[in-house]
Design a protein around this ligand. Structure first.
Ligand code: 5GP
Length: 189
């Protein structure tokens, strides 16, 4: 996706040689035209998979997730990182270690939104160690539903996420693959 690659190269800021800050178009300010293109691209990549739901995690996964759900004409569910006071019903819970916050969060999804027979596309903004995607996949499997694939906006290919998810049998499609952030320089695969 040229539009996304250009944004990453022009606006991405490297922190600590392994974290990419993209708050001008993805993680704080958001670019809706770019998000729409991202959603269309995931819909194209996973066309023909009979996807019934898109699943992401709050908050940065919601924008690419909703655009993907729109393009696939299905609904989006976002896992919550904090237990909501209004979330009184039965929930699926998984523990996820956050790469950027260096803490473990319990992520939750209401049981009423996932069921056996669902084919779920997981979408997230970044892939580092694969913790978030794995936690979401475990929730899909707790529900007896199927993971159709994992769509990632920016993959850091120098971290193990893709390898561990692929080894576990999941199809991973990343729109941008970053080979290295060493020396403060963004290099793509
Ligand atoms: P993982 O769970 O694969 O280890 O890390 C992915 C999650 O951590 C994403 O949901 C994303 O929020 C966050 N993350 C990981 N690496 C980066 C990064 O380089 N930049 C930003 N902005 N977020 C990241």
């Amino acid at each position: 996706m040229k539009l996304l690659i250009d944004k990453v190269m022009q606006e991405g800021i490297v922190l600590d040689n392994e974290v990419l800050k993209v708050d001008s178009f993805l993680n704080h300010q958001m670019d809706p035209v770019l998000m729409q293109e991202i959603g269309r691209e995931f819909a194209r990549l996973f066309a023909g998979q009979s996807i019934t739901k898109v699943l992401t995690i709050e908050s940065s996964g919601i924008a690419p997730g909703i655009m993907t759900a729109l393009a696939l004409n299905v609904r989006l569910i976002f896992a919550r990182k904090r237990k909501s006071l209004t979330l009184t019903e039965d929930i699926f819970v998984e523990k996820v270690y956050s790469f950027t916050k260096q803490e473990t969060n319990e992520i939750t999804v209401s049981r009423k939104f996932l069921a056996p027979g669902d084919k779920v596309l997981i979408v997230d903004d970044f892939l580092a160690n694969g913790e978030a995607a794995f936690g979401l996949a475990r929730i899909v499997e707790q529900a007896g539903a199927e993971v159709a694939g994992i769509g990632i906006v920016i993959e850091k290919s120098f971290q193990p996420g893709r390898r561990v998810l692929t080894k576990a049998g999941y199809r991973v499609e990343s729109l941008v693959r970053v080979a290295s952030l060493a020396g403060g320089k963004i290099e793509l695969v």
